[in-house]
Design a protein. Structure first.
Length: 385
């Protein structure tokens, strides 16, 4: 069974998509576009203009109530986000090109899955795409439409967990118990918007104690803490901050030893680029001393602007992951449809299955579906033991 452990479905960019209103959704899109690494493009001459990205959120604080007015909108005819800065119109391809109305339906995903030979996909969450109970209901409808092909995570507003743990927990519990969703996505950088404390304990403890009792896997998206939180005058580097986040995960796993977890996207490869390879420091492997910790294999969407198919430059990194973590704790993911910025869905399989000759048949079986099947309790891994 081929399982994509990281895909999305989402409602139109101009819809509330579970947010309080369409304007709140638009502000989340603007804040997300302000920090994404894809280049801003001036439409007049297609020149790349990094200052136009900074103009979307000059402070980088993700303060949704104080974002500058850049007339950010979604152009449904051309399928892209547009905004204005200094009398010019700009775009950026964070959303992949040509999404109809900025939406990606389960029918669209299933069609891509059929063509690429993908049996099942796990839908992730992100506030740029949706939020709250409305988002959970949308994801419920997706999996009810394709119960044999889709699984989904429950959304949570990370920035409100510390201050409103009971409300956030009740929403996740409803998503899991009533809507029959299957996992939780926790984006650590968003948690810091509401609380500067480390997210493994303190005000988060009531939420985590109840959440881990549900028996679902937890998927963590980790990076360095936002620069506005670290402080511009701080000597702490992004790498040091990221390694501290890994230590927070280690503490979390020690506190909740019965909960399966996984790190989404893999490592922050852009931080560790060394010429034509990725040079990972020894400290990044420490969380995987805990056998409950898994990791997503997801390269094209992360470094596809640097390296071309079949991504030979990252093969050594994948080999190191197999050696240090083990294939049975690695799970293939794509970030579909966002990975379409760089390669086709089929190519996101092919670079691993056809060009990584160091992988054994059993390694491939675990990475391409066996590990995700085990995490999601699909009962399809007996043949791999």
């Amino acid at each position: 069974m081929i399982i994509d452990s990281h895909a999305y479905c989402f409602e139109p960019a101009d819809d509330p998509a579970g947010h309080a209103d369409s304007e709140t959704h638009r502000r989340w899109i603007q804040a997300s576009y302000s920090v994404h690494h894809q280049p801003a493009i001036r439409l007049r001459d297609l020149a790349r203009m990094p200052e136009a990205t900074t103009a979307l959120d000059p402070t980088g604080a993700h303060d949704l109530d104080h974002l500058p007015d850049r007339n950010l909108r979604f152009d449904g005819d051309e399928g892209r986000v547009l905004w204005e800065h200094d009398g010019e119109t700009y775009t950026k391809y964070f959303y992949p090109p040509n999404l109809v109305n900025g939406a990606y339906t389960p029918m669209s995903l299933i069609s891509e899955m059929d063509y690429a030979g993908v049996d099942l996909a796990l839908l992730h969450t992100n506030p740029m795409l949706g939020a709250g109970e409305g988002y959970a209901e949308f994801l419920r409808d997706c999996i009810e439409a394709y119960p044999d092909r889709l699984r989904a995570m429950a959304p949570v507003d990370e920035s409100r967990i510390a201050g409103e743990p009971d409300l956030m927990l009740s929403r996740v519990e409803r998503a899991i118990r009533e809507h029959r969703l299957h996992a939780l996505k926790f984006n650590a950088s968003l948690a810091y918007m509401g609380c500067l404390d480390p997210w493994d304990d303190g005000p988060y403890r009531p939420f985590w104690q109840a959440m881990t009792s549900l028996g679902i896997p937890i998927f963590f998206t980790l990076g360095s803490r936002p620069s506005t939180i670290r402080g511009e005058a701080s000597a702490q580097s992004e790498e040091t901050s990221y390694l501290e986040e890994l230590q927070t995960l280690v503490r979390w796993m020690n506190r909740y030893p019965d909960t399966i977890c996984s790190i989404t996207h893999g490592f922050p490869y852009r931080m560790y680029r060394d010429g034509n390879r990725i040079n990972l420091p020894s400290a990044v492997w420490e969380p995987f001393e805990n056998q409950n910790c898994h990791m997503e294999v997801c390269f094209p969407v992360r470094v596809g602007d640097w390296f071309d198919f079949p991504y030979k430059e990252v093969q050594s990194s994948l080999a190191e992951m197999v050696d240090k973590i083990g294939a049975r704790r690695l799970l293939w993911g794509t970030d579909m449809p966002f990975q379409n910025r760089f390669c086709t869905y089929r190519q996101s399989r092919d670079w691993i299955e056809k060009y990584c000759g160091f992988l054994s048949e059993k390694d491939l079986a675990w990475i391409m579906g066996g590990t995700a099947s085990q995490i999601l309790s699909l009962g399809a891994t007996d043949r791999l033991r």
